[in-house]
Design a protein around this ligand. Sequence first.
Ligand SMILES: [Zn+2]
Length: 192
Amino acid sequence: MFSNWFKKSPQRVYAPPAPKRPADRRAATMTLKGKPAPLTERIKADIRNQICSLTDVPKHEQKFMVSEATISIQSGGDLHRFVWAFVEIGIEKSRAVSLADGINRRASAMQNVERQLALGIKEAIWQHSGLQCFSGELPETEVTALASSHKHADGHRFRLDTGLLVGGRLTFPGLQWGCKCLQKPLIPGIDE
Ligand SMILES: [Zn+2]
């Protein structure tokens, strides 16, 4: 029992950066804004899957990373904390930024769909951002075909409970890493 005490690794504690202008009234207002909605179990499970499927994250660091990722996404996409955690386990900064951004965007895309469904919105229009999807995220050979399928998805109507078949798979705007697409929800009685 006692030997476990000594084996325990030092606890890593995140320290948020000090605000640049603490007296700034705008900053004070920002901290007062409403708490973000809690993440659903489905999104938490997806974050866990994303982290655990990364070859960058060793098995013994998965628990730490899942916990930090969940806290940072839960707090409305606090990527500073998320990136800090990746760097803490030895991942290079630019890779850490790209991983944190990919996982956060995916969670936001899922959260958007969940919120819209909860509001009774059933369909949306796929909107291509005008920027190429997947550049820098996938091997060049895969990028061309997939990026073009996302471009062609622009303007297509899809159900929010199923997604749209794009590039051979059912997906949502922003769900896949490197996808910059957006969606326009169709408000029942207004857009229909
Ligand atoms: Zn896209």
